[in-house]
Design a protein around this ligand. Structure first.
Ligand code: RFL
Ligand code: PHB
Length: 397
């Protein structure tokens, strides 16, 4: 049995856990990350791609932005495409803020390398992770590492272990309310060795369903298609993916979709979910362990970073100065941004997708919303403000 002690035990080495670890390190607070998967697995997991201005700034502030600033692609706008007609939303012009395309796995790679170069303790391939005594001043993370049991005693535990992790289920069920909203669709995601169809993202709603044309670099595209919720990736041959993409890009404003080798493909479920409160005792949830959004609004990773920014400040105040107010109000303060992102992601999802359940009224109402967002500056500005992300100062208002 190995007994260890740290100030903050972090469960999970995704964007939330790694950013928290870096923020705490810079504040001089000792922390250990316990991660179920291998380093290679974490670094290869293809997920989000879009960073808000606030996330870009945060990554730079903590010293993790060198490669991101070299390789990331700054975007000033997006294209909304309805039945083959494209309309540009000028995000920069409407908000003064940019977004950036830089893959989540690149952020994860950069932060693992950075933390290890600073001598961080990241325990990959931890098995049987479980939490004990979250109500006490000395909560413990138990797990096996390299075949030996480990007990990690902490002052605080940060549950950054994603939607399927063990942290959220460790909260007493009678103390939490779960808000869950599944959607009647999924997304097929494909990573393709071909240049992007356009220099900006195209969100395309058609009678065949929704498609999103995004990218990872000037030579790699990331393409998504709305599918039925019960479909599996075996239902989607490469030919079917290309044919659906072509159909969902056809129409008045012409584009030619560059084709190339399919490097990876998979299906993502669509769900909105919030756990309230995001804390109990000395366990604090951050990122997908506390809330998930459908990817249409590109908010998940950004919310994860916003949570840990707040958690790091609160932990510092407590561990250095004995002030608990920040920790006690952590969940309450995070939830303002979380629910704004929830509403926006739900709204974007309803705006862009085909719903089998829609009756004639629902279809007309959806059409009206689409017309409104591309013909009213006020509506476009609302979209742009949410898409670029609310500034940090908004949380305090
Ligand atoms: P993660 O990334 O899931 O990391 C959790 C980590 O915890 C580990 N883990 C455990 N470790 C120890 N013990 C256990 N019992 C454990 N169980 C799990 C896992 O191995 C993993 O390493 O959560 P985190 O850090 O909260 O980050 C959240 C983001 O990953 C997520 O919100 C985004 O990917 C969502 N998302 C998007 N977000 C954006 O901001 N912009 C986007 O453009 C965007 N696009 C997307 C997305 C998510 C997608 N999918 C596949 C769900 C597009 C897609 C298709
Ligand atoms: C991505 O590049 O993977 C991406 C971008 C925007 C979204 C969702 C995913 O809304």
């Amino acid at each position: 049995m190995l007994r260890k002690r740290t100030q903050v035990g972090i469960v999970g080495a995704g964007p939330a856990g790694l950013m928290l670890s870096q923020l705490l390190y810079r504040a001089g607070i000792d922390n250990v990350i316990v991660e179920a998967r291998s380093r290679a697995y974490c670094e290869a997991r293809i997920r989000a791609g879009l960073l808000e201005q606030g996330s870009i700034d945060l990554i730079n502030e903590v010293g993790g932005g060198e490669r991101m600033m070299r390789e990331g692609m700054i975007h000033d706008g997006i294209e909304l495409r309805f039945d083959g007609h494209s309309h540009r939303i000028d995000i920069k012009g409407l908000t003064g803020r940019n977004v950036m395309i830089y893959g989540q796995h690149e952020v994860v790679k950069d932060f693992i390398a950075l933390r290890l170069s600073q001598g961080a303790d990241i325990m990959f391939e931890a098995e049987g992770v479980r939490l004990e005594g979250i109500d006490t001043a000395k909560p413990v993370i138990h797990f096996e590492h390299g075949g030996s049991p480990v007990e990690l005693e902490c002052a605080i535990i940060a549950g950054c272990d994603g939607f399927h992790g063990i942290s959220r289920p460790s909260l007493p069920s009678e103390k939490v309310t779960l808000y869950d909203h599944p959607y009647p669709m999924g997304w097929v995601g494909a990573l393709v060795e071909a240049p992007p169809v356009h220099h900006e993202l195209i969100y395309s709603a058609t009678s065949h369903g929704f498609a999103l044309f995004t990218m990872r670099s000037p030579t790699v595209s990331r393409l998504y298609l709305q599918c039925r919720p019960d479909e599996v990736i075996e239902d989607w041959s490469d030919e079917r993916i290309w044919s659906e993409l072509d159909q969902r890009l056809a129409g008045g404003t012409r584009y030619e979709l560059p084709k190339g080798a399919m490097l990876q493909k998979g299906i993502t479920e669509m769900r909105s979910f919030v756990c309230e409160p995001m804390q109990h005792g000395n366990l604090f949830l951050a990122g997908d362990s506390a809330h998930i959004v459908p990817p249409t609004g590109a908010k998940g990773m950004n919310l994860a970073l916003a949570d840990v920014r707040r958690l790091a400040l609160a932990a510092e105040d407590y561990l250095k100065h004995g002030r608990r107010e920040g920790l006690d109000t952590y969940s309450q303060r995070c939830l303002k941004r979380v629910w704004r992102a929830q509403h926006f992601s739900w709204w974007m999802t309803c705006l862009m997708h085909t719903f089998d359940s829609h009756n004639a009224f629902d279809k007309r109402a959806q059409q009206s919303e689409r017309d409104y967002v591309v013909s009213s500056e006020a509506a476009a500005r609302t979209l742009a403000e949410n898409y670029a992300g609310m500034p940090w100062s908004w949380d305090e208002s």
